[in-house]
Write a protein that binds this ligand. Structure first.
Ligand SMILES: Cc1cc2nc3c(=O)[nH]c(=O)nc-3n(C[C@H](O)[C@H](O)[C@H](O)COP(=O)(O)OP(=O)(O)OC[C@H]3O[C@@H](n4cnc5c(N)ncnc54)[C@H](O)[C@@H]3O)c2cc1C
Length: 369
């Protein structure tokens, strides 16, 4: 099957690229190894900077039960607190609902979906790309966007894949007594946990910690008992919430290392191009923003306004302009994360320096796009 553009991976980067490209009349195929709807490990707080672009695609999160989030609460393991308003703010919506809604929108715009299909390899032959799949055979396209997320079988030859990453992510949906418009970031030894509202009176509770932390206590439950509950706010939530599923969703090997943006002429987008630490940035907003940049350039390419070299050059230029610095800051700050002493000092410092705290939070959100 021949498409103008094939997209590998149907997360936010893949889906928003697909909708934008199909909206402009291109023949787009999207290959996703799962089937919608499905849960993902993600904090599910999305920066408001995405709203104009999402609405231009025909998607308004508030029609799907999204909840506006305007306040931020930071705590240290010892219980120091910082409360502040969020200038940009965001909204909470589960990936279960968000990705499914974008998938339905993409279908309606004419995108061809290949679901429950794993891409095994992507080869470039002259001016054509061939995606080898485990079920749908070979799929062909003039351009390929690989939006396959933080870590995939397609990364095996990429440099970052060779280094083991120490981070794991754990996510629950819970019902609890907690303000609708607040996002909390509770720190604990070697980790941090976000809590914020999503649709249907549910809250997303999602934390990042190290494999070593888990190894020491052997099970998630024991680690939560011994480590997370040392933060009294987390203890209160973990002991009094109703958990919506039998078990949490867990992922490992979360890498924040630099990645290549274009590999063998394959255009990386979203986390496959670089992932920001949840502590310092809004990865979903970056995935959606990078897809806006890339899809606009691809539209110009098929419109014969720019050639392939310009497409690559401009994508690099814009990507570096908007994301390179943010990713580098994120990697640096992540090195300091998890130290109870340092977190205590930081929370106390920012409590008395609200202006600086606001500047820091501003860095985690981008500009409206
Ligand atoms: C613990 C944690 C908390 C986070 N919290 C937040 C938050 O609160 N706010 C925020 O903005 N960001 C958050 N992020 C970051 C955010 O989740 C990501 O930046 C975002 O999901 C990136 O979207 P994506 O489309 O690039 O990748 P993904 O959403 O991961 O999508 C990639 C898709 O590719 C598919 N795929 C992979 N390989 C193949 C293959 N070979 N063939 C076919 N399909 C394939 C996968 O199944 C997947 O559906 C968090 C991340 C972590 C780890």
């Amino acid at each position: 099957m021949q498409h103008q553009v094939l997209i590998v991976g149907g997360g936010l980067a893949g889906l928003t690229n697909a909708i934008k490209l199909a909206q402009s009349g291109l023949n787009v195929g999207l290959i996703e190894k799962n089937e919608y709807p499905f849960h993902r490990v993600c904090g599910e707080y999305i920066s408001n900077e995405t709203l104009p672009f999402l609405r231009s695609l025909g998607f308004d999160p508030f029609q799907y039960g999204a909840v506006a989030i305007k306040r931020f609460w930071l705590t240290s393991p010892k219980g120091s607190e910082l409360n502040m308003d969020l200038d940009m703010g965001g909204f909470g919506l589960s990936r279960y609902v968000l990705d499914e809604a974008l998938y339905r929108l993409a279908l309606a715009k004419g995108v061809s979906f290949y679901l429950k299909t794993n891409v095994l390899n992507i080869i470039k032959e002259e001016e054509n790309f061939i995606c080898y799949t485990d079920g749908k055979g070979e799929l062909n396209a003039k351009l390929v966007i690989s939006a396959h997320g933080k870590r995939s079988n397609l990364d095996k030859e990429r440099a970052f894949f060779q280094q083991r990453s120490p981070y794991i992510g754990v996510k629950y949906h819970i019902k609890t007594d907690f303000p609708n418009d607040l996002i909390a970031l509770h720190n604990f030894k070697d980790g941090y946990c976000g809590i914020s509202r999503v649709e249907d009176d549910k809250y997303c509770l999602c934390y990042l910690t190290t494999r070593e932390n888990l190894k020491q206590y052997k099970t998630i439950e024991a680690m939560q008992e011994q480590i997370l509950k040392q933060n009294r706010f987390l203890k209160d939530i973990l002991e009094n919430a109703t958990f919506c599923y039998d078990a949490p969703k867990v992922i490992n090997e979360i890498s924040f290392s630099p990645k290549t943006l274009i590999d063998n002429d394959i255009l990386m987008c979203g986390d496959s191009a670089g992932m920001i630490t949840p502590l310092c940035g809004n990865g979903m907003a970056m995935a959606i923003h990078s897809s806006k940049i890339l899809s606009n350039l691809i539209i110009q390419y098929f419109d014969n306004q720019i050639n392939k070299n310009d497409l690559h050059k401009n994508y690099r230029l814009h990507w570096n302009k908007y994301f390179r610095f943010r990713l580098a800051i994120g990697r640096t700050v992540q090195h300091f994360f998890g130290s109870p002493v340092l977190t205590e000092l930081l929370v106390r410092f920012f409590k008395h320096n609200h202006f600086l705290a606001k500047q820091l939070v501003r860095q985690t959100h981008g500009e409206i796009f």
